[in-house]
Design a protein around this ligand. Sequence first.
Ligand code: SGN
Ligand code: CA
Length: 517
Amino acid sequence: MMLLAVSTGIASCSPQAEEAPRPNIIFIMSDDHAWQAVSAYNERLQYVAPTPNIDRIAQDGMRFDRCLVTNSICGPSRATILTGKYSHLNGFPANVGQSGHFDGSQQTFPKLLRDAGYETAMIGKWHLGSDPTGFDHWDILPGQGHYYNPTFINAEGTYDVHGYVSDIITDKTLEWLDDRGDNAEPFMVMMHHKAPHREWEPGPKYLNRFQGVEFPEPFNLFDDYSGMGAAAREQDMSIEVTMRIPEDLKMWPPDASGGVYNRTIGRMDQQQRKLWDMTYEPIREEFERLNLQGEDLVRWKYQRYMYDYLATIQSIDESVGRILQYLEETGMDENTIVIYTSDQGFYLGEHGWFDKRFMYEESYRTPLVVKWPGHIEPGSVNKDIVSNLDFAQTFLDVAGAPDPVDMQGRSMLPLLKRESVGDWRTAHYYHYYEYPSVHSVKRHYGIATDRYKLMHFYYDIDEWEMYDLETDPHEMQNVYNDPSYASVRDDLHIRLDELREKYGETEEDSFRMRPVN
Ligand code: SGN
Ligand code: CA
């Protein structure tokens, strides 16, 4: 049996001689990395844009096939991860305005790990509006951060670093690990990447990675939403309408300046800009010559989108590879648990979309792979419904720290060890609040089981949608009013009410927890 030193506080944290030392935790998270864009989840990707290092975590450990988020957007996901609580309790329902300011005085898992004798660090994208708390060391990007020559903030102040953001975040993490030297305390480091967030700017090394590659289109790229509800029709996140050609697809005219240009490629030095132009100028010239319209234009935009998005992920995969290599070279890999995930999923052209927010599977589900030698069976796959709500309690359990009574998730450690768990959750609760706001996805909450999904777009339209993932895995046909599903629907309603009650959420919360400016 594996022994974990159970610590009750800093004073008692030194492990007994016969006990295994408590494991280190490396928690790698990227921003908007769709599970469809991890080749461990998507075989088709093996041939066009593989992610061998992320896949290696799955091969050496466990792949979770149904990790669902509580609220599919950046800050809210991060607040849930830190607190182990739903948005209505952690006070961070939406990215915008005052709602986008995390109350750092509340209980978080890094604070509890620190109390238990762990050294804690947070490096990279934070996006919670307030300074990090509970960390011995933090070095973060302000807000969304920049891809090229990014600004960082740490306890001493604000400064710029020359280079590409994913490489810099990795360098900083490796430096922090190196600087610890022989420190006997276990550590927990959060290496949180900005990529592959919009506007998907690839690093110099991967600018040409996908030249000549044709990416397979999703079959519902031209979805007309006839089987879905008003929320799907009225969003503002389509490749066709919303995706901007110069800003998102790098088709800037040579004399471009101002706005998005300044905050993105306008930050590059001459050498970086030269490499960039060598890639994009020929594409832009061809685009002007082709003068595409209608579906041809959407197809072209989709190809450009995939080229850039997947190229930013190549840098993420390289980063993961560097961390794994470092762990192996130092022998630390034996006693370190490595987690790779994203703050939520993302649309890669499914339903004609990019972005996230909806409870449909592409953005609701997030990648999750975990390795821990000797504890997780290599190549194992878990199909239970787990959630970013569970991360905090999992980390605490792995560290042997007590499980706080007020967290709302559950430790995944028994699942990682493949112990039989008879009463694991069979349904998951979701709630998205950020409307009106960018991308115009209407507020909704809902319940998902292994087979069904029931969603309520409650605010300003009051519409229900229900999907049968077994017969309709791409969620094209709302069956809420289909009489043959009446009993399933009634049962889902009951279970949804039960979950709302369990998590302490009321109808009033739904309306109260809105984006506040
Ligand atoms: C920005 C993006 C949006 C994105 C939000 C939230 N626009 O506003 O496309 O949905 O961030 O993203 S951009 O023009 O600035 O790229 S999140 O990951 O932070 O939630
Ligand atoms: Ca995000």
